[in-house]
Design a protein around this ligand. Structure first.
Ligand SMILES: Nc1ncnc2c1ncn2[C@@H]1O[C@H](COP(=O)(O)OP(=O)(O)O)[C@@H](O)[C@H]1O
Ligand SMILES: N[C@@H](CCOP(=O)(O)O)C(=O)O
Length: 299
């Protein structure tokens, strides 16, 4: 029997669209054992809208890996204990992809290493920004060069807390990607590229006062504002309430604020208030950054 613990993730961190992300100490747990037939049991806080049959993303991912390595599929009894809310911009689908790959690899005797798993995970997700921190932990930047990935961990133990404010609506990643324009202007590319550089440097040197500028974005956040009423105002309010910086988490609707210790509650209240004024109720969690990434245990 195998168990994998996979962290939630927050992708983009403002300007790092499709390449930056971080892992959060909020987890989905997956247990798997060999069985006569496929069985998927859903447990935990979030079980709706997740198929408990062969259409489940975790199972489909496991089958893809076995096909790639030419391994005969094995029926499994899988128990998914979900604490990461799906379709909220906290990398729930990446927990399924990463969990499915780690389980399938373990069942096959672990022929692939973490970088190889990351490459398959990124191919399935279509972008490496969630799967990289989900596998490796910490704050990551991942460069795609054709089919090769160059993952970098920028920090494992940053000295800030993450406040995630989770609006009470669902935003499917596919839809939130579909509304983005196909091209961006040179001015906006320069705006984002310069801030990604600053963001990387600020995380490495722990110069968090730079995050208010370094988390600014021009290529996806405001373009998604129609899906999340009050989002730009709530991000600004986080910084006014004392956050180092704030960003849309993944494709939303969750917002993430990077907070000095002691200011988390005030920042969460302020952001929730702004969303509520725009008709959007939300809940807030204060989380630490996960430093380990996915952990496999064999019983
Ligand atoms: N914990 C999970 N287990 C299995 N499948 C999941 C899980 N979370 C999400 N999915 C699947 O991933 C797909 C897309 O989810 P997505 O909108 O990307 O969510 P998120 O933004 O949380 O990653 C959906 O088909 C959903 O069924
Ligand atoms: N870079 C992607 C990240 C999607 O993350 P998710 O947690 O919303 O699935 C994007 O912004 O589309």
């Amino acid at each position: 029997m195998f168990q994998v613990k996979v962290p939630a993730t927050s992708a983009n961190l403002g300007p790092g669209f499709d390449c930056m992300g971080l892992a959060l100490r909020l987890y989905n747990y997956i247990q798997a054992e060999e069985s006569e037939k496929l069985e998927i049991i859903l447990k935990g806080t979030y079980t709706s809208n997740i198929p408990a049959n062969e259409k489940n993303l975790l199972w489909k991912t496991a089958c893809k890996l076995w096909q790639k390595i030419d391994f005969q599929p094995r029926p499994l009894k899988i128990t998914l204990e979900s604490h990461v809310p799906p379709a909220r911009g906290l990398g729930s689908s990446s927990t399924a992809v990463v969990g499915g790959l780690i389980i399938a690899n373990a069942v096959a005797g672990n022929p692939l290493n973490r970088l190889q798993l990351l490459e398959v995970a990124s191919e399935i997700e279509g972008h490496p920004d969630n799967v990289s921190p989900a596998l490796c932990g910490g704050i990551t930047l991942t460069v795609m060069d054709e089919n090769k990935l160059i993952p970098r961990t920028l920090a494992k133990f940053p000295k800030f807390k993450a406040v995630v404010v989770i609006p009470d609506i669902l935003v499917e990643t596919e839809k939130a990607r579909g509304i983005l324009p196909a091209s961006v202007s040179r001015t906006d590319v320069i705006f984002n590229a310069s801030r990604v550089g600053l963001l990387v440097d600020a995380f490495i040197k722990e110069e968090y006062d730079l995050l208010a500028i370094a988390t600014q974005d021009r290529i996806h956040q405001n373009q998604r504002a129609s899906l999340i009423p009050g989002m730009p105002e709530a991000l600004k309010s986080a910084v006014l309430a004392g956050a180092y910086g704030a960003a849309l988490s993944g494709s939303g609707p969750t917002l993430i604020a990077f907070c000095p210790h002691g200011k988390e509650d005030q920042i969460a209240l302020t952001m929730k208030g702004v969303l509520q004024e725009n008709g959007l109720p939300s809940e807030a969690l204060t989380l630490d950054i996960d430093s380990e990434g996915a952990v496999l245990t064999e019983f």
